[in-house]
Design a protein around this ligand. Structure first.
Ligand SMILES: [Zn+2]
Length: 126
């Protein structure tokens, strides 16, 4: 995911973006082993299938790590690695003034005029 500029879908992540447009966090899930994966997963290492299904996650997560990316326009866009309640880790945008490891987060969805809707994760109890 880029840190700045409109987000364009690349085909593989269509259910993720369709979900985001409806304020739902939709991520890959293996139908046979019931493991959840990050949106960019291409297959299940558990059973070897490369045909993952998609399912709606709760949108709850905890913060694993984060960095502040500086774009050419001088804006800052905190980029975070979060662990979803369902298990997978995914890179996402972060909205918090006080990031710390283990911070409880919840997905909120942004619907820009240009490009795809996308999730940002913010503090759960605020
Ligand atoms: Zn599997």
């Amino acid at each position: 995911m880029t840190a700045a500029g409109p987000i364009r879908r690349d085909g593989r992540g269509d259910p993720f973006f369709d979900g985001a447009a409806e304020d739902r966090l939709v991520v890959p899930r293996c139908a046979s082993c019931e493991r959840w994966f990050a949106p960019d997963a291409t297959g299940c290492p558990g059973c070897g299938t490369d045909d993952l299904a998609w399912a709606e996650a709760t949108g709850e997560a905890v913060l694993v790590s984060w960095a502040v990316a500086h774009s050419r326009t001088g804006e800052t866009a905190p980029l975070a690695l979060v662990e979803l309640a369902e298990g997978p880790w995914m890179y996402t945008r972060l909205e918090t003034d006080s990031p710390r490891a283990g911070l409880p987060l919840r997905a909120r969805f942004v619907h820009p005029d240009e490009g795809e809707s996308y999730p940002v994760f913010e503090e759960r109890d605020r």
